[in-house]
Design a protein around this ligand. Structure first.
Ligand code: GDP
Ligand code: MN
Length: 399
């Protein structure tokens, strides 16, 4: 789960990371009022969306009067901000964060990520802040400093000092850098984050080290341990298909293709998507109905997949261990009777009670395309989608 910049700044400041003074606003009037409260003569108005690259997309504006704050906000509220990270649809702006502007002397990149190959938290830093890390690694790879944290001993101060020296941070700010790194690391581990990014971390004109931007991502599976973080969820920033699925206890990932996948288990979902691609198609989603799927759950899954307008065929691929093929088959039949499904439906069942499951499908009288192997299922799905099934007829499930 992602959170907003202003939330990440609050979280990190509780761990000792210095951030500029700022305040949240839900309207242009409130933003101007907040700026007056903050004082000073220049402010930064920042669109709060779950994406980076806002600066280049017009989501970060420097203002030096009430009027300018109003204008900046009018361009933001209710609009969709499209950055290179949001996809073409963009993300809605419903909150802005107003900060007292800070004179920047130097911009630094700082990130903490899970490095899967070393299975450790890795700190990534660069003196070339302000640019995205992808651009830094493409254009200035030598500027990147990396450090791995041994979980048994945690992040050591000497490692922090080493990073500070490599970045050329002046001696007077090294202790502040240690504090910033330790704060980020503690926030990362204690809150089960998967990513903390401060870009830029700046040296100000008056020689302070401040996090001017902040991003945090958390492990969804650990959110139950951190209700104060779970509470920060903002559904307006999520793919509506994925948010709906999460509310129904299904894991769903929307993709760009046309073949909807209803599968049990993440591994089987991966294999199904691979096989669809191998057969020449593109998956429209990844939907895992999990173990012990009841007919109701299968019907919910159909509703969800059908709500994606790009879906032109649905492949149900179930390997029943804990699940039962007869239940899944009942779910498919029930769904096709209740939900408006006007695209071909391909079903491959294997495992527990597979004969009963096949019988239910066959006796339903519904135009369900059956397949016995995964490859066959993928080929038939792609075939049905391309409308050139070997039978030469377009098979459609009735609504
Ligand atoms: P992002 O584009 O979504 O990563 O948004 P950022 O919060 O990083 O803002 C983009 C850029 O705006 C930063 O890299 C800074 O160069 C600039 N910026 C943000 N806040 C301030 C500020 O207080 N003072 C000045 N001078 N520039 C700022
Ligand atoms: Mn940034």
């Amino acid at each position: 789960m992602d959170i907003h910049e202003y939330q990440a700044k609050e979280v990190l400041s509780n761990f000792g990371v210095a951030v500029p003074e700022g305040a949240l606003a839900y309207s242009p009037e409130q933003a101007a009022y907040r700026a007056r409260e903050l004082g000073g003569e220049k402010w930064i108005v920042k669109a709060q969306v779950h994406a980076g690259g806002r600066g280049k997309a017009g989501g970060v504006k420097l203002c030096d009067s009430d009027v300018e704050i109003h204008e900046a906000c009018e361009d933001m509220f209710g609009k969709k901000l499209v950055t290179h990270q949001t996809g073409a649809d963009g993300k809605g702006i419903y909150r802005v964060y107003v900060e007292a502007a800070v004179p920047i002397e130097r911009e630094i990149y700082l990130g903490l990520v899970l490095d899967r190959s070393s299975q450790r938290v890795m700190i990534v830093a660069s003196g070339e802040g302000g640019m995205e890390i992808e651009d830094i690694s493409a254009e200035k790879p030598d500027s990147i400093v990396r450090a791995i944290v041994e979980p048994a001993v945690g992040l050591r101060d000497f490692q922090c000092r080493q990073i500070a020296f490599k970045l050329g941070i002046e001696p007077g700010l090294v202790q502040q850098m240690v504090r910033t790194l330790q704060g980020c690391y503690r926030a990362f581990t204690e809150l089960d984050a998967t990513m903390v990014e401060i870009n830029p971390l700046v040296v100000t004109g008056d020689n302070r080290l401040l996090a001017l931007d902040a991003k945090m991502t958390f492990d969804d599976n650990a959110l139950f341990r951190h209700p104060q973080i779970a509470e920060l969820r903002d559904k307006s920033q999520e793919d509506p298909r994925e948010a709906r699925a999460a509310d129904r206890g299904l894991s769903y990932v929307g993709l760009e293709g046309n073949i909807g996948c209803i599968v049990n288990g993440a591994g089987l979902a991966m294999a199904t998507m691979d096989t669809i691609k191998l057969a020449g198609g593109e998956p429209a989603n990844f939907l895992d109905i999990g173990g012990g799927a009841t007919p109701e759950r299968v019907a919910k899954a159909f509703r969800l997949v059908m709500s994606d307008k790009n879906v032109q065929a649905i492949l149900v691929n179930i390997f029943a261990g804990i699940n039962r093929c007869d239940w899944v088959a009942e779910g498919v039949v029930q769904a096709l009777r209740e939900v408006e499904v006007d695209v071909p439906v391909i079903v491959r069942l294997a495992g527990t009670n597979v004969e009963e499951g096949q019988k239910i499908l066959a006796q339903s009288g519904l135009p369900i395309i059956r397949a016995s192997t995964l490859m066959e299922a993928a080929e038939r799905s792609v075939g049905a989608w391309r409308n050139d099934l070997s039978q030469g007829v377009k098979v459609r499930a009735v609504s």
